[in-house]
Design a protein around this ligand. Structure first.
Ligand SMILES: C[S@@+](CC[C@H](N)C(=O)[O-])C[C@H]1O[C@@H](n2cnc3c(N)ncnc32)[C@H](O)[C@@H]1O
Length: 254
């Protein structure tokens, strides 16, 4: 398919800037599947409301770059990338990978951000989530939680940061199927009056902090359904039809 047609379809699906981003994180190590990168990109670009984007656990910048590219494309402000760059003591995979970085994890992160030309929208905070939360006072419209995935850490991240999220803001978690993360969902999110699940893309779950539902929030959900056909939550006929259509189109694009 010619680039022009692809670009047009990306535009229709709200992923036009994604087209330029494709490949920019190709060599950046990380744990995000492509569909999850797209979903973060879409959320950073389209999550309604005024506020910044925050990431807990940036590693060497794969997820950071996707969100930053979206912010840059839409001039939607800056993002804060929080990571002590000390690694995850519970993950052998991560510890082994880290040993391969010539510049160390933080050096590698800064190099990747600079190579992707997003250093002007990414503000690194080299602290733990707990430390960074103490004096962080900006309203947040999207937060991506991907630090340590053990129950206590995920719960702490959620409890410390969710009060800073604006009404109708989005809270995304990576590795949703890990026991610690699932337990936090079951205890604090699934049956909560304050949060609702928007959908899950591969291992990343997206929740909304409930507020008065506006037209822009409904549009966000509808487009989320349309762009990410694997979404299994809301079975409305329209969403199913849009999913089907998006699925067919996706066959030709991804
Ligand atoms: C799974 S990795 C993040 C992956 C990254 N989002 C990506 O796209 O590749 C988890 C990261 O959490 C960081 N981390 C460890 N303890 C942390 C803490 N207390 N607060 C925030 N981040 C932490 C680690 O240094 C590691 O880089």
């Amino acid at each position: 398919m010619s680039d022009m047609i692809k670009r047009f379809i990306y535009h229709l699906r709200g992923l036009d800037a994604f087209f330029e981003t494709k490949g920019t994180t190709g060599n950046v190590r990380g744990f995000m599947e492509q569909s999850e990168c797209k979903a973060l990109f879409f959320a950073a670009k389209s999550a309604p409301g005024d506020g910044v984007v925050v990431e807990i656990g940036s590693y060497v910048g794969k997820s950071t770059i996707w969100m930053a590219k979206a912010l840059k494309a839409r001039q939607r402000g800056k993002m804060y990338a929080i990571d002590p760059h000390t690694g995850d003591p519970y993950s052998d995979v991560l510890q082994n990978e880290r040993k391969q970085f010539a510049l160390g994890q933080e050096g590698e992160f800064r190099k990747n951000i600079s190579d992707a030309a997003v250093q002007d929208v990414v503000i690194p905070i080299v602290k733990t989530s707990e430390e960074a939360s103490v004096d962080f006072d900006k309203p947040i419209r999207l937060i991506f939680i991907d630090g340590i995935h053990e129950y206590d850490f995920v719960k702490t991240d959620f409890l410390l940061w969710s009060p800073k999220v604006i009404e109708n803001g989005i809270i995304a978690f990576h590795d949703s199927l890990r026991p610690g993360v699932k337990r936090v969902f079951e205890e604090l999110l699934y049956n909560s009056k304050s949060y609702e699940l928007i959908g899950r893309v591969y291992y990343t779950s997206f929740f909304r902090k409930k507020g008065k539902r506006r037209f822009t929030d409904m549009m966000f959900d509808l487009r989320f359904d349309m762009i990410f056909p694997q979404y299994q939550g809301n079975k409305k006929i329209i969403a199913a039809a849009l999913n089907f259509l998006a699925g067919i189109i996706s066959l030709f694009i991804f």
